[in-house]
Design a protein around this ligand. Structure first.
Ligand code: HEM
Length: 115
């Protein structure tokens, strides 16, 4: 199960980056797809974190739960769309989004080494 979840994080994380960049470049119609896929990334990270916590990987597990809530929260704080700008909240969104993909890898390796 954790293998399928990390594959989802990798594929959907990449799709979110591409959609996010297009969104920034004024393709407003991609907002729904970007947010939908972003939510799937957050849910996959949340489930990986719960699995990690059950395997006693406490630090990555707690960080994963926190980031899984932060990602959509900060994502929505960017609205309304402004296009071609880079406000502080957008920088924070990109940092949280990229960190969550790295965190996914950390969770996956913690789960594997505990099994
Ligand atoms: C529930 C989760 C998410 C929500 C609600 C969300 C929301 C948004 C919104 C509203 C924008 C447009 C900001 C603007 O142009 O003013 C945006 C842009 C962007 N998002 Fe997300 N996003 C989510 C997840 C993700 C994920 C998982 C990634 C990548 C791993 C990501 C990467 C980006 C990038 C690269 C941009 C373009 C740069 C920017 O405008 O800030 N997002 N996101």
């Amino acid at each position: 199960m954790s293998k399928a979840l990390i594959m989802l994080v990798r594929v959907l994380g990449l799709a979110s980056i591409i959609l996010g960049a297009l969104l920034w470049a004024e393709h407003q119609q991609l907002l729904g797809a970007h947010i939908g896929i972003g939510f799937l990334v957050a849910i996959a990270i949340f489930v990986l974190s719960v699995i990690a916590l059950t395997k006693k990987a406490v630090l990555p597990g707690i960080l994963g739960v926190v980031f899984a809530f932060l990602l959509p929260l900060i994502g929505f704080m960017q609205l309304p769309l402004t296009f071609h700008t880079m406000r502080a909240i957008q920088v924070v969104h990109i940092m949280v989004a990229l960190s969550i993909i790295g965190l996914g890898e950390r969770l996956y390796s913690a789960i594997r080494s505990a099994s």
